[in-house]
Design a protein around this ligand. Structure first.
Ligand code: HEM
Length: 472
């Protein structure tokens, strides 16, 4: 009997590969920009070989729609990244956890206990306190103000305050530890492209840095958790912080998962990694765009003055009244999604997309930034024009595939409500309390938009501005 030869499955297009490197030689420092250029030449669905890892790159809203309407469960996993494995207690967190029952249970806890709208609102007093502290720090800063630094301290302090109930004491050291964690997470790691070369990390200093960083925040977390277990701990306002909540859930017999201490620490770290840099980058990019587009700045500030009507500070209850500021934020998320490639995913089984076979365990990179600048959907895509949203209902909450800064589907960002409130409140107050100008001799054209390399994309050089207090 002659065996019928099976036709090989048709794989998505792939630019020319080199032996061993695959397509790595076509990637420069900025992964998302390199992938955007490659997509312009080879199409919005490419199967690259990054080192030894097959990687599907998606750069089209229409393909995203197809994937998330039909294969959400398949595009659901996360690849086991080298640094995340160690830092997140062998994947005991949420964002980098490969798909499985543990992820499902912990995500439920995070969504319902830590980041529900009700919980996010319960942190209102903390946000107001930290925003006020940030405004005072602008007044106390040298001129010109390093606004990038002010804002990163603000988001760090805010999350520390919400997570630990601490306001200032002893947190400087923690900020430095977290900075190194973020560096390690953002750097290219050879083991993620050549898993068989992971031993190199023993010799290039990565393992040593990883171990040192892990021990530092682990010791810090142990210490604050121990303080929280002490029943005599002085609680001034009787409000639960994130550690209180996680310890309560740990004791709760009705929960289907019994959180271990490592899992509590993993979730804590996740909230820091996912929540501080992203919001800070967004606030800075928005201010840069406002400085470069003075007419937009004028309109945004006029709206704020109108709504504030002599108030000292903008409060959270004022935010729903803003409409133009909302458009400014949409446009900022469109041009500068702080996580331009989202968080990598991995297919849990094989499937077919656009007639192409996508094998199981393929790494997935979704180029949200390229999609949000696709001329097919966006007129004059590289210009900052909040007015484009006047007559459009497109929003960034994951229902419109052409604008997905918070990702999409069941693994999308559970911190979106927290993030948007924080960003809007900070921006509204910064514009309400100060007029912002470039330092003497610097023009708008001089302000560069160069992006730093990393999972979260910051402005590479710090933004320096002169702040003049506004009459209120
Ligand atoms: C501007 C602010 C933020 C942006 C743009 C952002 C963006 C993202 C993106 C793109 C993902 C991956 C989504 C996907 O794979 O589809 C994600 C995941 C996640 N984010 Fe955010 N995020 C922000 C703020 C926050 C905040 C404030 C928190 C928590 C306090 C948070 C917690 C998380 C967590 C826990 C995940 C992992 C979800 C999972 O894998 O199931 N994020 N975020």
């Amino acid at each position: 009997f002659l065996m019928k030869r099976q036709k090989p499955e048709k794989l998505p297009p792939c630019p020319r590969k080199l032996p061993l490197l695959g397509n790595l030689h076509q990637i420069s420092d900025s992964l998302h920009l390199s992938l955007h250029h490659l997509a312009n030449r080879h199409g919005s669905l490419m199967l690259l070989q990054l080192g030894s890892v097959p990687t599907l790159v998606v750069s089209s809203a229409q393909i995203i729609q197809d994937i998330f309407n039909h294969h959400d469960l398949i595009f659901f996993g996360r690849p086991p990244l080298y640094v995340a494995k160690r830092l997140f207690y062998n994947f005991s967190s949420i964002s980098f956890v490969p798909y499985g029952e543990y992820w499902r249970e912990v995500r439920k806890i995070v969504v319902s206990e830590l980041l529900s709208m009700k919980r996010v609102q319960s942190f209102k007093h903390v946000r107001a306190y930290e925003v006020n502290k940030m405004l005072n720090s602008v007044i106390g800063s040298q001129t010109p103000v390093n606004i990038s630094k002010v804002i990163l301290s603000f988001t760090n302090n805010l999350i520390c305050h919400i997570a630990f109930g601490k306001q200032d004491d002893g947190l400087h050291r923690f900020h430095n530890i977290l900075y190194e964690t973020q560096q390690l997470m953002g750097e290219v790691n050879i083991a993620d492209f050549f898993p068989w070369l992971s031993w190199v990390n023993k010799f290039n200093g990565v393992d040593a840095r990883l171990e040192k960083n892990f021990k530092e925040f682990d010791t810090f977390f142990d210490q604050v958790i121990e303080e929280h277990r002490d029943p005599s701990r002085l609680k001034l306002d009787h409000r639960e912080d994130i550690i209180d909540i996680l310890l309560r859930v740990q004791k709760d017999q009705t929960q289907s998962v019994r959180l271990t201490n490592c899992q509590i620490k993993g979730v804590l770290l996740d909230i820091f990694i996912a929540g501080t840099d992203t919001s800070a980058a967004t606030i800075v990019w928005t201010i840069v765009e406002l400085i470069k587009n003075s007419e937009v700045m004028r309109r945004a500030q006029n709206e704020i003055i109108d709504i504030a009507r002599g108030k000292e500070n903008i409060e959270e209850s004022d935010l729903p009244k803003f409409s133009y500021l909302n458009l400014v934020l949409k446009e900022s998320f469109r041009l500068h999604p702080p996580v331009p490639l989202l968080v990598p995913r991995e297919t849990t089984q094989a499937c077919k997309i656009n007639g192409y076979e996508i094998p199981a365990k393929t790494r997935i990179l979704i180029n949200a930034r390229a999609i949000a600048r696709d001329p097919l959907y966006w007129k004059d895509p590289n210009s900052f024009k909040p007015e484009r949203f006047f007559y459009s209902s497109v929003d960034f909450r994951g229902h419109d595939y052409e604008l997905i800064p918070f990702g999409i589907g069941r693994r999308s960002c559970p911190g979106i409500n927290f993030a948007v409130l924080t960003i809007e409140l900070a921006l509204a107050n910064l514009l309400h309390c100060f007029d912002w100008k470039l330092p003497h001799g610097i023009t708008r054209e001089d302000v560069d938009m160069v992006e730093a390399v990393g999972l979260t994309v910051h402005k590479k050089t710090p933004l320096l501005l002169v702040a003049t207090p506004r009459p209120r």
